[in-house]
Write a protein that binds this ligand. Structure first.
Ligand code: HAM
Length: 417
């Protein structure tokens, strides 16, 4: 039986087939995401993968609603698999924000589900690093978040030659829109068209824009000549103080497809324009109020950074490390009479934090040694009885071939070096 299209199987390396994904690379990405989020003072949260359908129909925007995996459950509830984390987070924050000091800085790594057309960089499930800040209206928070995104990308070895954060402003676009169109109800449709400009056939965009009373030429002119707003100037200045100017540029082509954004918005792209967006986010100051039915009002901002494009980019730039099993030692049991003592030794070594494996059933010494090598063990360890009848542990470094003997009680310390 095959897996569903757009879903992935994750296998440990070495990978058995080019069609599968690396569980080791996924863990590597998650570790980097967590490390950088914590360095920036973000705390981890999580929410349910299933939510009431209404949570998304309320304000996520038509595109994402069209991509929902939704169904009626056995209790006749209309529910959906989460296509993004932001509405869940807004609901969670609205429910308990009083128990947390502001600004609230939280992150999560949810698996998300979207019934998208399967294409390069876009699947029907992905993992997404989300970092969000609540309760801070100053653009200092926007700059902090963008700095976190830059530093996270840098922590994978990517440089200003590899990626750029394109900064824009929903405020600037809103002003542009309201000056020319009297119907605010059409704004989201307009943002959707702008969001797709780079990916869609120009004739199609031209026609869609004309229906709203805009010409593609006036849009292109605004994108080319639009000046940074005061908020964007402030973000640029803040990032410049951190020495991060080379990673950002103002680009009004970016507008973000989701309906809830209100202020500064941004997307990270590879410099060569080979891939889809690596990450995207911005301010959404009205969402908490909307989701809480007007009970809580908190300014908010955040980004989502998926694992799919990131992995493609890291592969293309040769930036993925080699993933080994990384066993600290393989315990050889050559004398079956010493199996009980070996099991005790293995238990003690594992308790001290070392990664240890061994042959579950009796096996020839050369077979055991081969297995140790296959598992990329750094060393082998073997119990022996001395002529005086005492137990001794013989440790062999598989790289240098150097051997050492010690008392079993000292083995953890010797292996830990
Ligand atoms: P988004 O732009 O829909 O934003 O997604 C953010 C990132 O998730 C994309 O740039 C991409 O890396 C990844 N991504 C999205 N869809 C797919 C897909 N089908 N397959 C693979 N990767 C994908 C949001 O989801 C917002 N909720 C982000 C946010 C958080 N805004 C504020 N806080």
């Amino acid at each position: 039986m095959d897996r569903l299209p757009g879903f992935r199987d994750f296998y440990p390396e070495p990978l058995p087939h080019p069609d599968v994904w690396s569980a080791d690379a996924r863990q590597y990405i998650f570790d980097k995401w967590r490390t950088m989020a914590r360095r920036y003072g973000f705390r981890e949260y999580d929410g349910p993968p299933l939510e009431p359908l209404e949570l998304y129909t309320l304000k996520s925007g038509e595109e994402i609603v069209a991509q929902l995996y939704n169904f009626t459950d056995k209790g006749q509830r209309e529910i959906a698999l989460r296509p993004e984390m932001t509405p869940t987070l807004a609901r969670m924050v609205a429910a308990h924000e009083r128990n947390y000091k502001k600004p609230i800085k939280w992150f999560a790594i949810p698996q998300l589900f979207r019934y998208e057309r399967h294409q390069k960089g876009r699947l029907r499930e992905h993992f997404q690093f989300n970092a969000d800040i609540f309760g801070e209206a100053d653009v200092a928070a926007d700059a902090e978040l963008i700095a976190l995104l830059i530093d996270t990308l840098r922590s994978f070895g990517l440089t200003a030659k590899d990626f750029v954060i394109r900064l824009s402003s929903r405020n600037a676009w809103q002003e542009f829109f309201t000056q020319r169109c009297p119907d605010p109800g059409k704004a989201n449709e307009f943002y959707q068209i702008i969001d797709k400009l780079e990916r869609e056939d120009p004739a199609q965009s031209r026609e869609k824009l004309a229906r709203l009373g805009f010409s593609l030429d006036e849009i292109s002119a605004f994108i080319k000549t639009g000046q940074p707003t005061t908020e964007l100037e402030a973000v640029l200045k803040n990032l410049s103080a951190r020495g991060l100017s080379e990673f950002v540029r103002v680009d009004y082509q970016v507008i973000r497809g989701l309906a809830y954004y209100t202020g500064v918005v941004f997307e990270a792209f590879d410099q060569q324009g080979e891939f889809r967006a690596i990450a995207g986010g911005g301010r959404y100051d009205n969402l908490v109020k909307l989701i809480s039915g007007g009970k809580v009002n908190l300014p908010a901002l955040g980004f989502g950074f998926g694992d799919v494009v990131l992995l493609e980019l890291l592969k293309a730039r040769g930036l993925l490390p080699k993933f080994d099993g990384a066993l600290d030692a393989f315990c050889l049991i050559e004398d079956e009479s010493l199996r009980p003592e070996s099991l005790k030794l293995i238990t003690d070594l594992r308790a001290s934090g070392l990664a240890i494996d061994y042959a579950l059933t009796p096996a020839k010494p050369d077979k055991q040694f081969k297995r140790a090598q296959e598992m990329k063990a750094a060393r082998t360890i073997k119990l022996e009885r001395t002529p005086a009848g005492e137990l001794s542990a013989r440790i062999k470094d598989l790289r240098t071939r150097e051997e050492k003997a010690c008392a079993p009680a000292e083995a953890a310390q010797v292996l830990g070096k």
